[in-house]
Design a protein around this ligand. Structure first.
Ligand code: ADE
Ligand code: ZN
Length: 326
């Protein structure tokens, strides 16, 4: 069975947001403690709350959940919960996106955030056998100040496991190029560059992420499929796309997994990796993403294994650890 085959593959997850990984149980418990956040405490109501009209509506819901996180204990619960979920799917390693600037704006001191990340990461490793790394991302809609503060926090604290700088949030009206100084400084300091681009805007945003931010992987990159020259560039330079099919469906960027341009990306030789983005919010699991894409594209087992291997090779793990997972 394909399902068992997918489960048995050693997998990595390269695009998952910590806040968006909060389990339904965790969100319901937080909502009971923080009624003013407006997040339902009833599971059926929460499912309805997670029906997104569009990407901007999704972000508002995401921010409401984020606003309920206040201290290291809340962060630890999220990190350990994510690790348990990953372990159950035979996901051995994940690069998890955290948005420090947003947490600080919501009243969580930076040292609380770091303490929760650190304790959760230790539990992930020691109890669940899952290795976690961090991507600190700039919430682009909050402008240059968010870029400066995120970079200062990242390079000043430099927590264990921090591997990359990211850029998230809306793309329309939030040009990638304005964040160039922060990505340049981050790269000079040894961090990788993994901005979102082409999730909610066109291929020009992906070009800008490549040229202005030195992107080494692209978060989503969905609209790259509309630009054959861009697909050729991504293939030639082996810049992986962090494709999140169910996310794109649930935020209404594509009509269905069958309508997702992942086939076109693969046909052009682009390195495609499969990821979940914000799994419980989208009703997604990493195994489910593999199964949906394999079914939709009619992939053979060897092709499914190649997708998992793309994830491993595209990760920022050292070569020796990659070899263990291949
Ligand atoms: N923050 C959380 N999920 C996101 C996504 N899919 N795109 C941009 N920013 C996000
Ligand atoms: Zn994302």
């Amino acid at each position: 069975m394909l399902r068992e085959y997918i489960h048995a593959l050693p997998k990595v997850e390269l695009h998952v947001h910590l806040v968006g990984s909060a389990s339904v149980d965790t969100v319901v418990a937080l909502a009971a403690r923080h009624p003013s956040a407006g997040v339902p405490t009833d599971r059926a109501e929460l499912a309805a709350f997670y029906e997104f009209r569009d990407f901007d509506h999704f972000l508002k819901v995401y921010w409401a959940v984020q606003s309920m996180l206040r201290d290291r204990g809340d962060i630890d619960v999220l990190v350990t919960g994510l690790a348990a979920e990953l372990a159950a799917q035979n996901v051995r390693y994940a690069e998890v996106t955290v948005t420090p600037y947003n947490h600080v704006l919501d009243g969580m001191p930076g040292d609380e955030l770091l303490a929760g990340l650190e304790s959760g990461r230790a539990t992930a490793r020691d109890v669940h056998g899952v290795e976690l790394a961090w991507v600190f991302d700039i919430p682009g809609e909050k402008g240059i100040v968010a870029g400066r503060e995120t970079l200062t926090f990242a390079l000043g604290e430099r927590p264990d496991g921090l591997v990359a700088l990211g850029l998230g949030g809306p793309e329309i009206g939030v040009g990638r190029a304005r964040f160039e100084p922060f990505f340049t400084a981050a790269r000079e300091a040894g961090l990788h560059s993994v901005p979102h681009a082409g999730e909610t805007s066109g291929p020009a945003t992906v070009w800008s992420a490549l040229h202005d931010l030195g992107a080494e992987r692209i978060g989503h990159g969905t609209s790259s499929a509309a630009d054959p020259a861009l697909l050729a560039y991504l293939a030639e330079h082996r810049i992986p796309l962090e494709v999140c099919p169910t996310s794109n469906v649930r935020t209404r960027q594509v009509a269905s997994v069958d309508a997702h341009p992942v086939r076109r990306m693969l046909d052009h030789g682009v390195v495609v990796t499969l990821n979940t983005d914000d799994p419980p919010m989208f009703g997604a699991t990493l195994e489910g993403e593999y199964l949906a894409v394999a079914t939709s594209l009619g992939l053979r087992k060897s092709e499914v294994a190649a997708l998992a291997a793309n994830g491993v090779r595209s990760s920022f793990l050292p070569a020796s650890r990659k070899d263990e997972l291949l």
